[in-house]
Design a protein around this ligand. Structure first.
Ligand code: SAM
Ligand code: SF4
Length: 494
């Protein structure tokens, strides 16, 4: 952990356990949540058993991810008898809201990501409620802006408690669910980054795109960007702390809108990207995720111009069929997507392209699925994140006819992954004999190999002569001598 003063463990100290589900945004949100907790005198522990407060930062992008958290809550319910408190954070919290209290009455805190800016106050509420003892039910909602009207509200505990079957006086209910229209980002100087060499910076939160299948606009709220000044200040601070790699994060980084200073001096996403790449000490900058609709040639020009920007663009396509793209409300066509791919391929640099694909969207025919396969061949992606369509609450797609049976979705997924494995092997063959710089991530004792990552975001496992010199965070040249679909093999160049 860096950047956060860890307080010393002491007897009776407030402790928490946090498990994170889902995407990089969630991982980074958790780093900020941990920073907030540590700042308020909590100590992070490794197991549920050691913790006073048990938190789950949740994902609801697919049903499976959502169910995981309810299983966890059920598994550990018995620990409530020991006085442990439970909290649900993130997308499931926002999506299910107070229904979580019905389904898991031992939960005391439910907080969506748009309310994290108020998390500190909610923790105080939780502590005060505990100090008060279980003599009353408390139901608290922290309305924005922070500080206003933030007190604990005595309440009859309403329907929530009555439905739960527990005595209302045993219940503590604290919610942060009403901030989805906020203009604020969760900015904190207390971020508990776990990796000392490469770290995330969120530049934009929420999403206004409303793709027909996706819960994100409902769970993460409206789109809002940090100022470029604030992002650059964080990047400089990270460089001062010794970070050399930064990954800019957002659901749609390229719909970034700067609000710093005068109109003329505001930065586009490409300009911000270039400016982060020019921060002294920063050797690698990545960004995810880009939406094809907002992806312009200026991003490729920035990569061409600034050496620190990595040779990698993640550009989710979702489907190769225009009819399906239209039904998904992606608002671009296959041809427009391929135009963006052409811009990327015209770069002076060897930019690797990865994507996301959903199979089995309602009504997807066999021939529409074939169009996705042909797109994979045409682009030659270096990596594809594949998803079986999962119907999600609130989304327009949930009411669509012609659901594809799960077995068929699974079959399409297998076909797609098999095709993509062959494409990746062919792509990786291009690196044989090349010497590539990696950032060392660690050492695999069992295999006797170092683990490295290339600018293209490929894993390059390599051997090196015994002796000092290599360590995590170092950069080293590696000769590529072998390949697999998902990684490269090599030898350190000495
Ligand atoms: N904002 C990014 C974009 O526009 O591509 C994606 C963010 S989303 C968290 C990551 C991926 O999850 C999506 O690209 C999509 O492939 C997948 N996904 C989202 N909703 C899904 C659903 N209901 N079923 C299956 N996959 C889904
Ligand atoms: Fe979801 Fe679409 Fe927004 Fe991406 S752009 S987060 S897929 S709604």
């Amino acid at each position: 952990m860096s950047g956060v003063p860890q307080r010393l463990p002491e007897e009776g100290h407030k402790t928490f356990y946090l498990e994170t589900f889902g995407c990089q945004m969630n991982v980074h949100d958790s780093e900020k949540v941990i920073g907030t907790l540590v700042q308020q005198g909590y100590r992070q522990v490794e197991t549920v058993e050691q913790a006073g407060l048990i938190l789950y930062n949740t994902c609801s992008i697919r049903d499976k991810a959502e169910q995981k958290v309810f299983h966890r809550l059920a598994d550990y319910k018995k620990l409530q008898a020991q006085g442990k408190k439970f909290g649900v954070l993130g997308c499931v919290a926002q999506q299910e809201g107070e229904k979580i209290f019905e389904r898991a009455p031992h939960v005391s805190l439910v907080c969506g990501s748009a309310s994290y800016q108020n998390l500190g106050q909610m923790l105080v509420q939780l502590e005060n409620a505990q100090v008060d003892g279980a003599s009353r039910a408390v139901v608290g909602e922290i309305p924005p802006p922070a500080g206003e009207n933030a007190g604990v509200r005595d309440d009859a505990a309403g329907g929530v408690a009555r439905h739960s079957g527990l005595r209302t006086q045993d219940l503590i209910r604290i919610t942060g669910l009403d901030d989805r229209q906020t203009d604020k980002c969760f900015e904190t100087e207390f971020t508990a980054r776990t990796n000392p060499h490469r770290g995330y910076i969120t530049i934009i939160e929420g999403c206004d795109k409303f793709c027909a299948y996706c819960v994100v606009p409902f769970t993460r709220g409206k789109e809002r960007s940090r100022t470029s000044d604030s992002v650059l200040a964080e990047a400089r601070k990270m460089a001062d702390l010794g970070y050399t790699e930064i990954q800019l994060l957002g659901q749609n980084v390229n719909s970034y809108k700067d609000s710093a200073g005068k109109l003329a001096s505001r930065k586009s996403f490409a300009e911000l990207l270039a400016a982060v790449g020019e921060v002294p000490g920063i050797r690698r900058v990545r960004f995810t995720t880009s939406h094809p609709r907002d992806f312009g040639p200026d991003i490729v020009a920035a990569i061409d111009a600034v050496p620190a920007l990595c040779d990698h663009v993640h550009l989710p396509v979702q489907s190769g069929s225009n009819r399906v793209l239209d039904a998904m409300q992606r608002l671009y066509s296959r041809e427009q997507y391929l135009e963006r791919i052409a811009w990327i391929k015209a770069s002076k640099r060897n930019i690797v392209i990865t994507t996301d694909v959903i199979v089995g969207f309602p009504g997807e025919t066999e021939s529409e699925f074939e169009q996705t396969l042909s797109l994979l061949d045409e682009v030659g992606f270096d990596g594809v994140f594949t998803f079986k369509y999962s119907p999600r609450p609130n989304t327009p797609a949930i009411g669509m006819d012609d659901a594809i049976p799960d077995q068929e979705k699974a079959h399409r997924l297998e076909v797609l992954m098999a095709r993509q494995r062959e494409i990746q092997k062919a792509q990786n063959r291009n690196y044989l004999g090349a010497t590539i710089e990696v950032m060392v991530e660690g050492y695999n004792q069992a295999r006797g190999q170092w683990i490295g990552r290339t600018s293209q975001n490929k894993t390059l496992n390599f051997s090196a002569p015994v002796g000092p010199g290599l360590k995590a965070g170092a950069y080293a040249p590696v000769l590529v001598t072998g390949l697999f679909p998902n990684s490269l093999l090599g030898e350190l160049v000495v």
